[in-house]
Structure formats: C-alpha cells, structure tokens
Design a protein around this ligand. Structure first.
Ligand code: CP
Ligand code: NVA
Length: 306
C-alpha cells in the first residue's frame, strides 16, 4: 500500500513518536541515512510561495541520496492546465514521491486518490502537518513531550492551528487557542479531534481571552494573521487581530522559561513584536531548522525505511 503523509490525524501517538525519534536520529546521525532515497526522485508541486518547506523537502531529498524537481506555482497549475488526476498519474510515471503545497485541501486528497506514489502535504489551506511535526521535534528537544505541556496558540485558527490541534488530540497535553470570535477553530475541525482527545486525554480549550490562554503556559505559539490567499482581507484582519499579538506584556503571563514559537514567515509588529522575536525565549530559528529533519523523516517513512 502507498504510504502518504496528508494529515497528522492519520498517525497514532506511537507512530508520531516514532517519526519524532526518527527525525532526531537523522539529525544526530545524518550519514546513516545518506542513501535512503538513492535512485529516487522527489517532485515538488507548489501553488504558493515557500522558503522553509521547499528547502526542507528539496535539500532533504538530496541529503538522503535522492534527487528533486521543483514545479513553481505557474508551471503545473494543478487542476487548471490539466486535471489533477492526470497530473497525479503522470507524476507517478516519472517520480517516486510527490510533495504538494496547495490552496484547497481537496486538491491534495484528489492527487493522493489517483497517485501510485506517496503524496506529502506540504501545506494546504486546511492543514500544515509537516510544520507541526517539526514543532513536535523542537518541543521534544527543549521540553520533552507535549503531553506534559500547556501550549497557548494566539491568533488565527488557520492551517497551522488545525494541525497543532491534531497533534494535541493524538499526543495529549493542554492546548489553549485564543482567537477573536469568527476566527476560532471551525466546529467540524474540533469535532474531528474529539474521539482522539478522549483517547489521549488531551484538553483543547477555545477562548477569546489571550490572558486565559497565555497564563502559566510552557509555550506561546503564533502565526500570521493573513495567510497565503487571504491578502484581500489584510486591512480587516489587522484590525480584528490587533489584541492577539505576542508582545512583552503577554509574555509576562507565561512561565519565565516559556518557548516562543512561530512557524515563520513572521510579520513583525503584527502577530509578534521584534522584541519577542529576538528574546531569549524565542526558538523560531530552531523550529525552522527542524523542518529539515521532519521532512527527511517523512521522506524516509513514505519509502518504508523507518
Ligand atoms: N513555515 C513554512 O511553511 O514556511 P514557508 O512558507 O517558507 O515554507
Ligand atoms: N498560515 C500560513 C502559514 C505559512 C507557513 C499560511 O498558510 O500562509
């Protein structure tokens, strides 16, 4: 059976921990994994810009002994130039894995349906699972497993937030999401996590109070107020989210040694201040680095070499 990586909810707690262990082993012993993708080619199909994710999967593929080909947003035009099903079947003839960054999440699912090769979700409007796998690695390295943490996500309940919810639902732990009314997690996304939360003991709380979320938290996490594709809403969103900023005042509510996390790119002065980005609590560049090990672990996993 083809192994895809589409959503964190497709993995059990044990499997997720194995992926984290694998990523940390790859980080420690890169040479052990230098031939995992020998003779294989990774195809990257991106509808949106990227710095970290493209680097993580492209360079990750090369470091694992494989090759990579990158299609920029204008080239393939998933579903526009030709049907996604036709792209998926064609890609399956040339490549050994497809890494997709899309607007609609349905495009990733449709591609996977018709693909004979593994498909990796490298961000859709709905989910960003490879980001959160990287973040689980960062939290494990610095704080141990998330099951022992209180994490406060402050801001828009977007793709990053949805995958963070999935991670907590599977692994356990306490997650607070502080977002303005109308921008809180969708009921259908919350509902999807419910049975997992019962099993893991996770507690996910949605609030409009930044204070309630940040109070005594081990991690304060944020992401942009305006995600890719929402540019027309910029002015409106900047007003709505103005009190959902990670700044020095907010940081004082959290534990002294709390981690400040951001998937990046950051809009300094909007969701996070310069001062917090540069503070001793900020681990945003370690997060960025760990994207590479997450990508290498995912690539290793889909080829059944984990
Ligand atoms: N965090 C993240 O996915 O960054 P890029 O958009 O630069 O890939
Ligand atoms: N929520 C952001 C994440 C960028 C990595 C976006 O989708 O644009």
């Amino acid at each position: 059976m083809v192994k895809h990586f589409l959503s964190l909810r497709d993995f059990s707690k044990e499997e997720t921990n194995k992926l984290i262990d694998l990523a940390l082993d790859i980080k420690k012993n890169p040479s052990k994994y230098s031939q995992v993708l020998s003779g294989k080619c990774v195809g990257l199909f991106f509808e949106k810009p990227s710095l970290r994710t493209k680097a993580a999967f492209y360079i990750g593929a090369l470091q694992l002994g494989g090759q990579a080909i990158y299609y920029s947003p204008d080239e393939v035009q998933l579903g526009l130039r030709e049907k996604i099903a036709d792209v998926a079947r064609t890609a399956s003839q040339f490549m050994d894995v497809a890494v997709l960054r899309t607007y609609s999440h349905e495009k990733v699912l449709e591609f996977a349906d018709f693909s004979a090769i593994p498909v990796i979700n490298a961000l859709s409007d709905l989910l960003h699972p490879s980001q959160i796998l990287g973040d689980l690695i960062t939290m494990r390295e610095l704080k141990g497993g998330i099951e022992n943490l209180k994490v406060a996500y402050i801001g828009d309940a977007n793709n990053v937030c949805n995958s963070l919810m999935d991670a907590f639902a599977i692994m356990g732990g306490i997650l607070y999401i502080a977002a303005p009314k109308g921008y809180q997690p969708e009921k259908r996304m919350l509902d999807k996590t419910k049975s997992y939360c019962i099993k893991s003991g996770a507690k996910i709380t949605i609030t409009a109070s930044v204070k309630e979320a940040a109070q005594m938290s081990d991690v304060v996490y944020t992401d942009v107020w305006v995600s890719m594709g929402q540019e027309k809403e910029r002015a409106k969103r900047k007003k709505i989210f103005k009190n959902f900023q990670i700044n020095d005042q907010l940081l004082k509510l959290a534990k002294k040694d709390c981690l400040v996390m951001h998937c990046l790119p950051a809009h300094r002065g909007e969701e996070i201040t310069d001062s917090v980005m540069e503070s001793k609590n900020s681990v945003v560049f370690l997060q960025a680095e760990n994207r590479l090990y997450a990508a290498k672990a995912i690539l290793t996993y889909v080829f059944g070499k984990s």
